[in-house]
Design a protein around this ligand. Structure first.
Ligand code: AP5
Length: 208
């Protein structure tokens, strides 16, 4: 299955892609994670992306498209993959169409107020685990590995609102783009637990 997870920042793309990866044995390709890993290693790509990411702006299309095109040629993508955070512009979607056929687009729908609360409350661990302060009960360390949790730079202050504006301006048009191709399924995430959202996603994936 070749899948795209679409949704605003904090809608739950990473949370649910991680679960699909485990249950459906598909690689989870998050362009945000790739940029953050490059930044951590201090690569030229990471350093170029940092300025855009810290401001909540999109990294230029030309930097992202070639990166994904190359990643999808890796052997682990032969039987499919989950794209999380790509495409994010019509130009990226058109580029993807030129080298891949997508089976389904899962669009996670969540209201703006909840998005801002979730992103501002997100805490990360360097092992890859993600938490939310509202569910941590005051704990500041990772349940899986015990390391201290931290907040992503772009989850702080006004950057969250900028990311939402950028999403509405540049990425939301992809909803109509994929709906017109009969590939898009909306998953309403409002008022739903992670397990409830995941069950709704699995119900859709099991039809493919
Ligand atoms: P990226 O890392 O892709 O960030 P994003 O799209 O803003 O998405 P997030 O990671 O913030 O959210 P998510 O939907 O994965 O939510 P999560 O599952 O963590 O991109 C970062 C930056 O990189 C971009 O701003 C841009 O600069 C650059 N970039 C990346 N790709 C690019 C591209 N293609 N083109 C150009 N630039 C690009 O969930 C959020 C929180 O909510 C978590 O704490 C989670 O535990 C909690 N949660 C989830 N679901 C539920 C639920 N049902 N109930 C309660 N809590 C929940």
């Amino acid at each position: 299955m070749k899948l795209i997870f679409l949704g605003a920042p904090g809608a739950g793309k990473g949370t649910h892609a991680t679960k699909v990866k485990a249950d459906y044995a598909l690689p989870h390709i998050s362009t945000g994670d790739i940029f953050r890993a490059n930044l951590k290693e201090g690569t030229p790509l990471g350093l170029k992306a940092k300025g855009y990411m810290d401001k909540g702006e999109l990294v230029p299309d030309e930097l992202v498209i070639d990166l994904v095109k190359d990643r999808l040629t890796w052997p682990d993508c032969q039987n499919g993959y989950i794209l999380d955070g790509f495409p994010r512009t019509i130009k990226q979607a058109e580029a993807l169409d030129s080298f891949q056929d997508i089976d389904a687009v899962i669009n996670l729908v969540l209201d703006d107020e909840t998005i801002i609360r979730r992103v501002s409350g997100r805490r990360m661990c360097s092992c890859g685990a993600t938490y939310n302060v509202e569910l941590l009960g005051g704990k500041t360390t990772c349940e899986k590995c015990g390391k201290e949790l931290y907040q992503r730079e772009d989850d702080k202050g006004d950057t969250v609102r900028t990311r939402l504006e950028v999403y509405n301006r540049d990425t939301a048009p992809l909803i109509a783009y994929y709906r017109n191709k009969n590939l898009l399924t909306d998953i309403d995430c409002n008022g739903k637990s992670i397990d409830e959202v995941y069950q709704a996603i699995c119900n859709e994936l099991d039809k493919i």
